[in-house]
Design a protein around this ligand. Structure first.
Ligand code: NAD
Ligand code: ZN
Ligand code: ZN
Length: 336
């Protein structure tokens, strides 16, 4: 079968692999669509702390069940999405049902072979059957959508709130869509890429170009000098870690979604004087994954606008090259 593998830093390639043979309690999946994510880019650059080459990447993907034992909840022909978290099941967090903060959390596509391949064997308990109306293409974006659902559900966002999102990448834009569903009032998103700002505008958000405009001034102007109720930090750098505090209202909330390549300095003194809350979020709970699927089934969320490219797996290197420049790509999907 065809498989897209990370071979060494800055080198990915299409390789030929044996079709995997499912072990007990695994199903064989024919992959339909698989997305490239920021974490894949970290692996590609050789800076991911766990991923080891050679590795078939891909943790955001959908497919069709080709082979599964009869006693499972999935059957041959089912359209499925993969929930890629692998948790230990025995640590305190797992026992409390909070697998997303498992002390030994692992991922399909990072710690073991993933979905950039024609076929993959997946433990059946990691498979979700998609409703009829949810397409396989949408299915490949449920994983990042679940990140946004988890983020907004962990926040204190209330109806009518003014929301700021720093960073209009796929995750920032998805948080915007979910915040809108959750009843947010004004949603202002900043970025430094013209293409991403255009997409944010197209999606009905107020887009601010952080290269030319001080976002905290804009927010103060909109709120009589008070600030936003909730600020989501989704750009992941020192400038936005400062801005999140400058933009937020007294007793407001900053929500850190970013995974920082270098841990920023946070102005705790400034936070203290205005009783600002800080919330962090990590991936998603299984219930967030379910909500993401439900929102798509109910057609509350349109994801097409996020897809900048759909490529054959043969063009894996092109996909990773495009992802290097935020002005060239947003969500890239491989069609298997
Ligand atoms: N919490 C989680 O579980 C989780 C899950 C997925 C991704 N993430 C993290 O969320 C962040 C966003 O993910 P993504 O896939 O959308 O990444 P991305 O890199 O595509 O998006 C980040 C955006 O921030 C913009 N940006 C850079 N500097 C900026 C500035 N000064 N002001 C405003 N915008 C600026 C970039 O142009 C880019 O569009 C990353 O840090 C990623 O690691 C966290
Ligand atoms: Zn991801
Ligand atoms: Zn655990």
């Amino acid at each position: 079968m065809k498989a897209g593998a990370y071979l060494s830093p800055k080198c990915v390639a299409m390789t030929e692999k044996e079709i995997p043979v499912p072990k007990m309690d695994e199903a064989l999946i024919k992959v339909s669509y698989a997305g490239i994510c920021g974490t894949d880019m970290m692996i590609y650059h050789g800076v991911h702390p766990r991923a080891e080459a050679p590795l078939i990447l891909g943790h955001e993907f959908s497919g069709i069940v080709i082979e599964a034992d009869e006693n499972h909840h999935v059957k041959k022909g089912d359209k499925v999405v993969i929930e890629p978290l692998l948790h230990c099941g025995v640590c305190s967090a797992c026992q409390q049902g909070q697998a997303q903060v498992c002390k030994d959390l692992r991922y399909i596509g990072i710690d073991q072979h993933g979905g950039f391949a024609e076929y993959v064997a997946i433990p059946v308990h990691r498979l979700r059957v998609l409703p009829e109306s949810v397409t396989e293409k949408e299915g490949a974006m449920i994983e990042p959508l679940a990140v946004a659902v988890h983020t907004v559900r962990r926040s204190k966002l209330k109806i009518g709130d003014t929301v700021v999102i720093l960073g209009a990448g796929p995750i920032g834009l998805l948080i915007g869509l979910i915040a809108r569903q959750a009843g947010a009032g004004r949603i202002v998103i900043s970025d430094v890429s013209s293409m991403r700002l255009e997409t944010a505008n197209e999606m009905g958000f107020e887009a601010i170009d952080a290269r030319h405009t001080d976002i905290s001034h804009v927010i103060k102007k909109y709120t009589d000098g008070v600030g936003a109720d909730v600020v989501f930090e989704v750009a992941g750098n020192q400038a936005t870690a400062n801005q999140m505090i400058e933009c937020v209202k007294y007793q407001g909330e900053v929500v850190v979604v970013s995974v920082y390549k270098k841990s920023p300095t946070i102005q705790l003194a400034a936070m203290h004087f205005r009783e600002i809350s800080l919330t962090t979020t990590r991936c998603y709970h299984s219930s967030d994954f379910s909500k993401a699927i439900e929102l798509l089934e109910q057609q509350k969320i349109q994801l097409d606008v996020l897809v900048s490219h759909t490529l054959p797996l043969e063009e894996i290197q092109t996909g990773f090259d495009l992802m290097e420049n935020p002005d060239q790509a947003l969500k890239i999907l491989f069609e298997l």
